[in-house]
Write a protein that binds this ligand. Structure first.
Ligand code: PLP
Ligand code: COI
Length: 360
């Protein structure tokens, strides 16, 4: 099996380019560009037939094994126009992570360098789709799933890797407005030894019931507790979570059931380089309630690619309510949001070498 190179990518441009959408009403993940990247894998040939083709529906057998058993993983990152260049934020980390997710789900890994090169080619073709209005970006969704036509319960022997692109606006309508979060103590998102650290499709399906429960009670997201003792904070919705307690930033340590967020890692590095105190450790829900009672819970925010930073204004576990920072976005939250989005948009110096230029 030879190593794939950019010259192996077959390109078939669309004959029917779509009209570009109004940048002020994009929503999130609803619209897609003209093209997509696709390649296939099987045990004999490895990854083969890399191609950039028109964005179009797939034809799948009703016996497609992934529809039944969920052997699928995905990634999410954003492309921006920064000072006239199309750029990505730490894309290496996303391809590293999709491989970690793939290994957990017994899917084949991709050559990370080739995957980034393929995305680069796709972005060069669909560059004009990268929106530039404030708060917008081109959301990049690489994903992988089995394509066997077989109902036996076993890992797929045929797999597809694809990348699609979605011009998107803010993930949450309110932007940096604080959200109300429901502390979930019945359902869990992930368990010890499970798939929580992977971006596996089924993790998200498993979270919908908790999400619906929160929504019915008027809450935007779920605060997930650990799956063993249901005592320690893990994530908020599909984001990592940070607390500012008594001047220190605290975030749950990576324990196998938490997704190792790239935004989380970037924020930790930025806060430390700003001279802030950052702790990665277990945080019990009781510690949060105590900190709130003692006036020490200063700020809470979620972190993830889609929203970047999302402030939490209220936590409620069905009995006791915590209002954080008078339901206002905290200073620390705003500052880290501005610093991170500043780097992403080329307005703040990229000291860490996080920005990847699509065209050098
Ligand atoms: N946690 C979960 C469950 C996620 O799906 C995501 C989103 O990707 C995150 C955290 C945040 O990760 P990142 O910052 O890499 O987007
Ligand atoms: C994130 O980027 O923070 C996400 O959780 C992405 C989501 C659409 C799965």
């Amino acid at each position: 099996m030879s190593k794939l190179e950019v010259k192996d990518i077959k390109i078939e441009l669309t004959k029917n380019p779509k009209e570009k959408p109004d940048q002020n009403s994009l929503g999130f993940g609803k619209l897609f560009t003209d093209h997509m990247f696709e390649m296939d894998w099987n045990e004999n040939e490895g990854w083969h037939n890399p191609r950039i083709v028109e964005f179009a529906n797939l034809s799948l057998s009703p016996a497609n094994a992934t529809l039944h058993y969920g052997q699928a993983v995905f990634e999410g990152m954003k492309a921006y126009i920064a000072n006239g260049d199309a750029v990505l934020f730490r894309p290496w980390e996303n391809f590293k992570r999709i491989n970690k997710s793939a290994e957990r789900m017994v899917l084949p890994t991709v050559d990370e360098e080739f995957a980034l090169a393929a995305l680069t080619e796709l972005l060069k073709i669909d560059k004009d789709w990268i929106p530039t209005a404030e708060g917008t970006s081109l959301y990049v969704r690489p994903f992988m799933f089995g394509t066997d036509e077989f109902l036996g319960v076993k890992p797929n022997s045929n797999v597809k890797f694809m990348i699609i692109l979605s011009p998107s606006g803010a993930y949450f309508k309110g932007g940096l407005e604080p959200n109300k979060i429901f502390v979930e103590d019945e359902y869990v998102r992930a368990v010890r030894g499970g798939t929580g650290f992977a971006k596996a499709a089924g993790n998200y399906a498993g979270s919908f019931l908790g999400q619906n429960k929160a929504a019915k009670l008027g809450y935007a997201q779920t605060l997930w507790l650990d799956g063993v003792e249901q005592k320690y904070v893990e994530e908020v919705g599909a984001m990592n979570i940070f607390f500012k307690i008594d001047g220190k930033y605290v975030t749950p340590e990576l324990n196998g059931s938490i997704l190792p967020g790239i935004t989380r890692d970037s924020i930790i590095q930025l806060l430390k380089s700003n001279g802030e105190n950052v702790e990665e450790r277990k945080i019990s829900i009781d510690e949060l309630y105590d900190a709130a009672d003692n006036g020490k819970l200063e700020e809470v925010f979620g972190s993830g690619t889609a929203a970047v930073v999302s402030p939490v204004g209220e936590l409620f576990d069905g009995k006791k309510k915590i209002v954080v920072n008078n339901f206002e976005t905290g200073k620390g939250t705003k500052a880290i949001y501005n610093q991170l989005t500043g780097i992403q948009l080329g307005k703040v110096e990229d000291k860490f070498g996080w920005i990847y230029k699509v065209e050098k």
